[in-house]
Write a protein that binds this ligand. Structure first.
Ligand code: AMP
Length: 224
C-alpha cells in the first residue's frame, strides 16, 4: 500500500488511565499531534467563548459536554494544518454519536481510524491517580503528588517554570462521576472498534515507562 494516509490513533480509557500523559509522549516519540477535547474545552472555558460558557458547569459536574459542542470544537481543530502529520485522539470520541461523526469526517478525506487503543485499569486506583495530579502552568507537563514529582521541588523538569495548576474536576467526588460517565457512555466504544478490527488493548496499571513502551510497540507497528 503506497501513499498511506496520516495515522489516526485513538486512546480509550477512564479518567486517570494515562491518556494525556501518554499522548504527549507519543507526540515526542512519533511526531504525531495530540488532540485532546478536554484541553480544547478547558481553553474555551478560559477564553469565555459561548461554547466554553455552556461547557463549564457540565465539566465541573464530571458529566459529558454535548456532542454538538464537542464536535464543533473537534472539526475546527481537525481543519488545522498540523494534523496532516497524523493525530492521537485523547478523550475523543466519548459517545457512539461522536464515533460515528469521526468516521464520517475521516471518510470524507479518504481516511479511517488506524487504531483504537484501550488503556485497561482498575477504577479504584484511578481515584488516587487523578486526585494527586497537577501540571506545569507554562508548558503543561504533568506531575503527581505520589508518582511523579519534579526533580527539583517546585520547578518544572521540562521548561523550568515555577507555576503549577490543578484541574477543577480532579477531586475524588467528580472523578467518580467521570468514571460513571465513562462506563455508561464511552466503554461501549471498545466493542465498536473491536467490530471494526482496529481495537488494541494494553494493561495500563504499570509505570508510565511501561505503558509508554507498550503503546510505542503498537503505534510503531500500525502508524510509523
Ligand atoms: P478530559 O480532559 O478528557 O478528562 O475531559 C475533561 C472533561 O471535559 C470531561 O469530564 C467532560 O466534561 C469534557 N469532555 C472532554 N472530552 C469530551 C468529549 N469527547 N465529549 C464530551 N465531553 C468531553
Amino acid at each position: 500500500m503506497a501513499a498511506e494516509k496520516p495515522p489516526v490513533v485513538i486512546l480509550l480509557g477512564p479518567p486517570g488511565a494515562g491518556k494525556g500523559t501518554q499522548a504527549r509522549m507519543l507526540e515526542e516519540d512519533f511526531g504525531l499531534v495530540q488532540l485532546s477535547t478536554g484541553d480544547l474545552l478547558r481553553a474555551a472555558v478560559a477564553a469565555g467563548t459561548e461554547a466554553g460558557k455552556q461547557a463549564k458547569a457540565v465539566m465541573e459536574a464530571g458529566q459529558l459536554v454535548s456532542d454538538e459542542i464537542v464536535l464543533a470544537i473537534l472539526r475546527d481543530r481537525m481543519a488545522a494544518p498540523d494534523v496532516t502529520r497524523g493525530v492521537i485522539l485523547d478523550g475523543f470520541p466519548r459517545t457512539s454519536a461522536q464515533a460515528a461523526a469521526l468516521d464520517a469526517l475521516l471518510e470524507a478525506n479518504g481516511q479511517k481510524v488506524t487504531a483504537a487503543i484501550s488503556l485497561e485499569v482498575d477504577d479504584e486506583a484511578m481515584v488516587g491517580r487523578v486526585s494527586g495530579r497537577y501540571t506545569c502552568a507554562a508548558c503543561g507537563e504533568g506531575y503527581h503528588d505520589e508518582f511523579k514529582q519534579p526533580a527539583k521541588a517546585g520547578t518544572c523538569d521540562k521548561c523550568g517554570g515555577t507555576g503549577f495548576k490543578r484541574r477543577a474536576d480532579d477531586n475524588a467526588e467528580t472523578v467518580r462521576e467521570r468514571l460513571n460517565a465513562y462506563h455508561a457512555q464511552t466503554a461501549p466504544l471498545i466493542a465498536y472498534y473491536d467490530g471494526h478490527g482496529v481495537l488494541e488493548r494494553i494493561d495500563a496499571m504499570g509505570s508510565i515507562a511501561e505503558i509508554r513502551a507498550a503503546l510505542g510497540a503498537i503505534v510503531g507497528r500500525v502508524a510509523a
